[in-house]
Design a protein around this ligand. Structure first.
Ligand SMILES: *Cc1c(COP(=O)(O)O)cnc(C)c1O
Length: 378
């Protein structure tokens, strides 16, 4: 391990906490997903919310080098970030939440393709297309059972009646989204698949189809259609909960031990004094807290790894500090040494389980509160 001075020179935040994003692992995850696809199906990348908090500006060019040409974001700001990261390159950028948030001229200028979810969206986008004399690209989303975004079965009639509007647009894909893909035996998966086939047939547009997120890819080729849209699996989250994770971890989160002390039976640790020691222990106070994206629900359930050994977090999580029991660790940890929160010994999903949430939220919380260090650029 390099000295603290070296780490500072590498840009580690305050020299105290480091969130490393391994770009080569993201690329490897992308390629391994692509390898699982039915012949002819494209692997897009979902990079919404600044690529799940890990940094679109750095991640998207690496995916592009791996031949990814389709990127999904939630909104126009996210789309512009992708365009800026890929200046001069040919790539499709789709806006999941529709054509709003900027003037339609701006979307068209930057060649951003909105996903149209409602009759109002189709009217808005096709009116602008005819007004400006352009054949604009679009994706149509159908709701096949999630009740979130997209045309419902009862709105199919509207789409049929307004076929001329759709014809005036360049409809690239018809898509839908699965509610339960991470539970392979859930009957909803088949149900949505069948409904998707039925609705797309009814629509009869000469375009391509897209249904699956990360977990959907693992439901089999029936679910791949012409394009899949993985997000979480690219960033190392297990798309098959309960089974061995086929993806590689992408995040390494380490932080420093500030102080080491001995404490006696009967003493308490942290706010509320509700963690009472049963025996003599050695404790490490570590430079991380809920301000850094570690949830308070990590109290009493979470652990960090020091010298590769598990150290339970004791007492409540503070804003910028936690305390871990290091009594058993050999060789003995030292002040200013590192503790791993996410890395080789503990995955994003492990931290999520301890926090009673999902890996997605862990990543988003981390990304928001950290300066990131990138490694493995191609
Ligand atoms: C977020 C999202 C995805 C990616 O989902 P993951 O579970 O992260 O793979 C795909 N499609 C849509 C419509 C989404 O909103």
């Amino acid at each position: 391990m390099s000295s603290p001075q070296n780490n500072l020179a590498e840009g580690y935040e305050n020299g105290l906490s480091c969130l490393e994003v391994r770009l080569d692992r993201i690329v490897r995850n992308y390629l391994s997903l692509q390898k699982r696809l039915k012949r002819g199906a494209d692997c897009a990348a979902v990079v919404k919310a600044d690529s799940y908090g890990l940094g679109t500006t750095e991640i998207v060019p690496e995916l592009y080098k791996a031949n990814c040409r389709h990127f999904y974001v939630a909104n126009i700001a996210g789309g512009l970030t992708v365009r800026t990261a890929l200046v001069g390159q040919e790539a499709q950028v789709y806006i999941l939440n529709g054509p709003y948030g900027a003037a339609p001229e701006e979307l068209a200028w930057h060649k951003l393709t909105p996903v149209l979810n409602t009759p109002g969206d189709v009217e808005y986008w096709s009116d602008f297309a005819s007004r400006s004399g352009q054949r604009l690209s679009a994706v149509i989303q159908l709701d096949t059972g999630m009740n979130r975004l997209g045309f419902a079965a009862v709105e199919m009639l509207w789409l049929e009646k307004n076929a001329a509007r759709l014809k005036a647009l360049d409809v690239r894909y018809v898509m839908s989204h699965l509610a339960c893909a991470d539970e392979p035996s859930h009957p909803k998966n088949r149900e949505q698949l069948e409904r998707f086939k039925k609705m797309t047939q009814q629509l009869g547009l000469p375009c391509r189809f897209s249904l699956s997120n990360s977990s959907g890819i693992f439901l089999g080729e029936d679910y791949h259609f012409d394009q899949v849209r993985p997000g979480c699996a690219l960033y190392g989250i297990n798309p098959q909960p309960g089974q061995e994770n086929p993806m590689q971890g992408v995040v390494v989160w380490k932080t420093r031990i500030l102080q080491i002390r001995n404490a006696e039976p009967g003493e308490t640790v942290g706010y509320g004094a509700d963690y009472r020691l049963a025996s003599r222990v050695k404790l490490a106070t570590i430079s991380v807290g809920y301000a850094d994206g570690l949830l308070r629900s990590f109290s009493g359930t979470g652990a960090v790894y020091i010298n590769g050994q598990k150290c339970p977090v004791v007492g409540r999580i503070s804003m910028e500090l936690i305390v871990a029991d290091i009594t058993h660790v050999t060789p003995a940890p030292h002040e200013r040494g590192w503790a791993e929160i996410i890395g080789d010994h503990q995955t994003v999903d492990d931290v999520a389980a301890a926090e009673n949430t999902i890996g997605y939220e862990v990543l988003i919380n981390l990304g928001r509160s950290h300066k990131r260090v990138y490694s493995g650029q191609g």
